[in-house]
Ligand binder design. Structure first.
Ligand SMILES: NC(=O)c1ccc[n+]([C@@H]2O[C@H](COP(=O)([O-])OP(=O)(O)OC[C@H]3O[C@@H](n4cnc5c(N)ncnc54)[C@H](OP(=O)(O)O)[C@@H]3O)[C@@H](O)[C@H]2O)c1
Length: 308
């Protein structure tokens, strides 16, 4: 079969011949890959830079995707710590880490959406007590996961969603996706009384935003759940101690590890359903897997999804 193989961390994977996979353990099955997304976790796992990665070379990247089994059924599959990922014509899944999909789904849309959608969905459903009617602020709302967070917060019942980012022209499109306000990090004072902050940026913009959110709060003793999800602006943040005393800030993170795998799997069907029902706009770009070397480092507004 054909696959994308990574042999050197300093170079992109190369498309070529690869031995056919074999199912060995209990619950394993060889499946056909229909669509495999390229996201930060994919690259982080392949290169070992993600905190949950245990990469050894050579490997076939791809930590998730939409696959078809020997009976023609479609599944969304998560692959964990395997040298053979989803960037291949066929791979091996562990049935415990799959969820069934309807026959009429668009594999590319589902593959593109699941990882970035999980970011905010799990944060709101599994890391805090999110109540319909809550007010949500999304930091880093112009990225793929941030754009989905705006829509997912609304889908899960937020009464008010504010989107924050650094790029005014990209922020402008977010009101069409359901944001009540779209502001730069310098304008966060104007976002009154968030109950939940979904933070995809961390670093200096988050530190600044936290001061604005806390100090502009009408009633400081009402709970403010600040959920750390991504770190595009930095791994560390200088946190002013007084902010934690000045308001009832509850700081937590959401990601692989802080949400148990069974809880993640429990949420996946509802996420797939929301994507399938078109409640969530998905910026997906199907790319032939043969073009993996040219697109591995691509940064674009669309999520690259490899189609073997
Ligand atoms: N914990 C989880 O479950 C989970 C799941 C998925 C993703 N994530 C994380 O969430 C983050 C975003 O992922 P993504 O897929 O949405 O990435 P993405 O599509 O590449 O978007 C990144 C966004 O970050 C912004 N950005 C980049 N550098 C910045 C900086 N120095 N200061 C402020 N903004 C900056 C960009 O803003 P511009 O529009 O201005 O260029 C862009 O909109 C990543 O850290 C990713 O690892 C976490």
């Amino acid at each position: 079969m054909h696959a994308a193989v990574l042999t050197d961390l300093a170079a992109p994977p190369q498309y070529g011949e690869h031995p056919d996979p074999v199912a060995e353990g209990p619950g394993e099955a060889v499946v056909e890959v229909l669509a495999a997304p390229l996201h930060r976790l994919t690259r982080g796992h392949a290169t070992g830079s993600h905190y949950a990665a245990r990469a050894t070379l050579p490997l076939v990247p791809g930590v998730d995707g939409v696959v078809r089994d020997e009976n023609g059924r479609l599944w969304y599959a998560v692959l964990r710590d395997r040298p053979l990922g989803t960037f291949a014509e066929r791979t091996v899944i562990d049935r415990r880490y799959t969820v069934p999909l309807p026959d009429d789904i668009d594999p590319v849309r589902i593959a593109a959406a699941m990882n970035p959608a999980m970011a905010s969905w799990l944060a709101l459903r599994r890391r805090v007590t999110f109540r319909p009617g809550s007010r949500v602020l999304v930091l880093g709302a112009t990225g793929v996961a941030g754009r989905m967070a705006v829509q997912i917060a609304r889908h899960l019942g937020a009464s008010y969603v504010a989107a924050a980012g650094r790029n005014p022209s990209r922020l402008a499109g977010l009101t069409d996706l359901g944001a009540d306000a779209a502001v730069t990090y310098d304008q966060i004072d104007s976002v009154a009384n968030a109950d939940v902050v979904l933070d995809f940026v961390w670093g200096e913009p988050s530190a600044r935003a936290m001061r604005s959110v806390v100090m502009s709060r009408a009633l400081r003793s009402t709970a403010l759940d600040w959920i750390q999800i991504g770190s595009v602006a930095g791994q560390t943040l200088e946190l002013d101690a007084e902010l934690l005393r000045a308001a009832r800030v509850q700081l937590c993170g959401s990601g692989v590890g802080s949400v148990a795998l069974p809880d993640i799997l429990t949420e996946l069907p509802a996420i797939a359903d929301a994507v399938h029902s078109s409640a969530i706009d998905v910026p997906a770009r199907p790319v032939p897997l043969a073009d993996v070397a040219e697109t591995w480092d691509a940064s674009s507004d669309d999520r690259v999804v490899y189609v073997p």
